[in-house]
Design a binder for this molecule. Structure first.
Ligand code: DOR
Ligand code: ZN
Length: 409
């Protein structure tokens, strides 16, 4: 039996956790630890199948637990993309095997990719997926739905089968026009100019129109600008079933950091300026933003060190979200209740997940610089390396099992 004593809970009380694991008696002093429900990440790219050199479900599962998560929703922009029933079945088999090999009790759900030609597959998979993912603008992989008639078709199907749609809302036409216009630019800051706020706003406007027409529950991924927030706020006030995610990179990085970050600051949608960032924090505080997804999208350091035109978009993030957010909590930027809402309660409610009896215990007293060598992701780098953070998870309690996260590597 292991007892972890005097752990702080989110309501300010101190509590002991007893784990009957049959490994002999041990007492751990939990005075520096805060207990939170095991986190849910509604947005990861664990790269299986086809890009296992970037991540797989062994390294992904370790990275998830290291970050305090026991549930993840994986995206379909793999190789091949998850766009048929057979590919979904194959993917589930590989994932189940890899999770078994990881030895960790990771739970997962999968988004199914919609493209312009696979509508007939949606009915076949409707009971096995957490929702449909639509890329309105192109990003990593080939998935793209940039025409209104396909969007109407997928919304009609989602309505018929009572499915949720998750949207990467950036307008492809604007992105393509800007890509041509700035084709010769090499400074990474042009990534934010090419994938402009206008591109995001135009796509979010289209989504809201579709939700008005079909009433389909829609989850807008990675909001990054105040204009999108305003649109979503109005849509919510009008009673539409729209939910909004942002990601840690938009809250903790901004477009003044390209000189330092270079390709490590390249993701889609791109980094914005501090005015947008302040609005995002406001939207986090007042509840317009429902969730923070890590958008854990690992690429190798070699890939990320290529020039702008070749550098793939995406940053790893599942291991750093909680320390970043708990550091922000300690700075008074977000309340603990809101933090738990964003990282657990809201994803659970929006996607109707069964409750989990899991706890993550994070050290909210000590500060230390984030170092790449401690990361479990295969990519082994972070845009936050060097930041002095608190809130690193130390233990995970899952159904009478104690996982010492400090030993995970
Ligand atoms: O930056 C991004 N990376 N945005 C996406 O939409 C996809 C992701 C990836 O899979 O690499
Ligand atoms: Zn993503």
């Amino acid at each position: 039996m292991t007892i972890i004593t005097k752990v702080l809970t989110s309501d300010g009380a101190r509590q002991s956790f007893t784990i009957n694991d049959g490994f002999g008696d041990k007492t751990i002093n939990g005075e520096k630890l805060l207990a939170l429900p095991g986190l849910i990440d509604p947005h990861v790219h664990f790269r299986v199948p086809g890009m296992e050199y970037k991540e797989d479900w062994v390294t992904g599962a370790k990275a998830a637990f290291k970050g305090g998560y026991s549930v993840v929703f994986d995206m379909p922009n793999t190789q091949p993309a998850t766009t048929t029933q057979q590919r979904l079945i194959d993917k589930i088999n590989i994932i189940d095997n890899q999770i078994k090999n990881s030895g960790l009790p990771l739970k997962y759900k999968l988004f199914f990719g919609a493209d312009k030609n696979n509508f007939q597959e949606i009915e076949k998979v409707k009971d096995s997926i957490v929702g449909i993912k639509v890329f309105m603008g192109s990003s990593t992989g080939e998935l793209l739905m940039d025409d209104l008639s396909s969007l109407h078709a997928v919304y009609a199907l989602a309505k018929a089968f009572n499915l949720t749609i998750a949207l990467h809302a950036e307008d492809e036409l604007i992105i393509q026009e800007n890509t041509q216009k700035y084709a010769l630019e090499t400074d990474f800051k042009y990534h934010s100019i090419i994938r402009s706020v206008d591109a995001a706003v135009r796509a979010v406007t289209t989504v809201i129109q579709l939700v008005k027409t079909y009433g389909v529950k829609s989850y807008i991924l990675h909001l990054s600008s105040f204009e999108e927030i305003e649109l979503v706020k109005q849509a919510k006030l009008a009673g539409l079933p729209i939910f909004a995610e942002t990601c840690p990179h938009y809250l903790f990085l901004d477009d003044s950091m390209y000189d330092e970050l270079q390709g490590l600051g390249k993701m889609n949608p791109p980094l914005r300026n501090k005015v947008h960032q302040d609005y995002l924090w406001q939207a986090v505080a007042d509840g317009v933003i429902d969730t923070i997804g890590s958008d854990h999208a690992p690429h190798t350091l070699d890939e990320k060190q290529q020039p702008l035109c070749k550098c793939p978009s995406g940053v790893p993030g599942i291991e750093t979200t909680l320390p970043l957010m708990l550091t922000a909590y300690k700075q008074g930027k977000v309340s603990l209740d809101r933090l738990i809402g964003l990282l657990h309660d809201n994803p659970q409610r929006i996607f109707n997940l069964e409750p989990q009896n899991n706890w993550v215990l994070a050290n909210i007293v000590d500060y230390k610089p984030l170092t790449n060598d401690k990361l479990c992701t295969k990519s082994k780098w972070s845009p936050y390396a060097g930041m002095n953070l608190t809130g690193y998870p130390e233990y995970f309690i899952s159904n009478n099992r104690l996982i010492n996260l400090q030993n995970l590597e």
